[in-house]
Design a protein around this ligand. Structure first.
Ligand SMILES: NC(=O)c1ccc[n+]([C@@H]2O[C@H](COP(=O)([O-])OP(=O)(O)OC[C@H]3O[C@@H](n4cnc5c(N)ncnc54)[C@H](OP(=O)(O)O)[C@@H]3O)[C@@H](O)[C@H]2O)c1
Length: 324
């Protein structure tokens, strides 16, 4: 028996239960992990609340963790007992122990601590695909980064700046504006008091931005479109304020022949090659100091309800890690 956080129905943070669960021996191609640190991500809120439907109950949510391999199933050669590994985007992370397919984990180098790994895999590999695959950022590109003091946001600011982008960070408070600036944002917009599109145009000499990395969703979608330059790219990749309302593609023509995409890390980690490319690129920039992972909050795994409350109340900055 091992401990895990389960949910038997979707709803508010009160649905979490800290329970005994059984973890079997690993089958062919599987490994068993003793997890030392689990990452908290906004997708966990969507899964807990029911915005992203779950197939069956009870369910163990949580998509990211670091830990040590305690046993391996038949045919596993990529990792062995005792290896330190981490993974993004595999449901079932809120647990002391778990099974996972061997190809879904990346080995951790000595220089990356477990808590750092748990705070970076999902958020950092998201930043990687956004900046390199969805809209490959070029030096001089003005880019709009939402929730710029948050987990993904601070990584986007640092990595975007390192790629030569002019980062404009959107934040919900002046204190968060300081955090975004420290992470590499050249300009900030406090979207609780300032007009996003007006400020974005002001910071770009009237031209508009090359790309909007919009994770806030419902309440900022139109402002993001209105901030873009002709042929600009609207990347709507999250729903912190709620899902974006349906819209007609016809609105994209008069705004400058814009592009809209709605990507997910799920597609970007769906093959061993895609997963390894993202994980390797992330570990390189973390190991050489280009990107610093700020684990600003830690909670015991059994206190995950409070962690969710704080994340949803916009009280957290950087990454949050749950300790099993
Ligand atoms: N599509 C993908 O592949 C993918 C992968 C990873 C993450 N994401 C998305 O990226 C976003 C960031 O994830 P994260 O885990 O790093 O979280 P986070 O940014 O650390 O936290 C969410 C932030 O969203 C902002 N926000 C704006 N309106 C909000 C509202 N009504 N309620 C709550 N928060 C609000 C808050 O920052 P301010 O106070 O500064 O506004 C809050 O701190 C999420 O939307 C997530 O779904 C998408």
């Amino acid at each position: 028996m091992t401990k895990a956080v389960t949910i038997h129905e979707t709803g508010g943070p009160g649905v979490f239960k800290y329970e005994d669960v059984n973890v079997a021996d690993p089958g062919p191609g599987e490994i068993k992990l003793k997890q030392t640190a689990c990452g908290l991500n906004y997708i966990d809120v969507y899964m807990r609340s029911g915005l992203y439907p779950l197939n069956e109950f009870p369910a163990i949510i949580g998509m990211e963790a670091a830990g040590i391999v305690t046993s391996v199933g038949a045919g596993v050669t990529a990792v062995k007992e005792g290896d330190r590994v981490a993974y993004p985007m595999v449901p079932g992370a809120y647990a002391e122990e778990r099974l996972i397919p061997d190809w879904k984990v990346a080995k951790l180098p000595d220089g990356i601590e477990d808590q750092t790994a748990a705070g970076m895999m999902l958020k950092g590999m998201t930043a990687h695909y956004l900046l390199h695959r969805t809209y490959p950022v070029k030096p001089g590109d003005p880019i709009l980064v939402y929730a710029a003091a948050g987990g993904v946001g601070q990584i986007l600011c640092q990595w975007g700046k390192a790629l030569g982008a002019i980062v404009i960070g959107c934040v919900g408070s002046d204190a968060k504006a300081d955090i975004a600036k420290a992470a590499g944002a050249q300009h900030t917009i406090n979207y609780t008091t300032e007009n996003i599109a007006e400020k974005a145009r002001e910071f770009t000499g009237g031209e508009g931005i090359a790309v909007a990395y919009d994770s806030v969703g419902k309440v900022t979608f139109e402002a993001s479109l209105d901030s873009l330059r002709p042929f600009g790219v609207m990347v709507t990749y999250g729903n912190a304020s709620g899902p974006v309302d349906p819209f007609s593609p016809n609105i994209l023509a008069p705004k400058g022949s814009l592009y809209v995409t709605r990507p997910t890390l799920g597609t970007h980690t769906a093959t061993p090659e895609l997963l390894a490319e993202g994980a390797d690129a992330l570990m390189k920039v973390v190991a050489d100091g280009t990107v610093k992972i700020h684990v600003n909050q830690t909670y015991d795994l059994k206190d995950v309800a409070q962690a969710h409350r704080d994340l949803e109340a916009r009280k957290t900055t950087g990454s949050t890690v749950l300790i099993p």
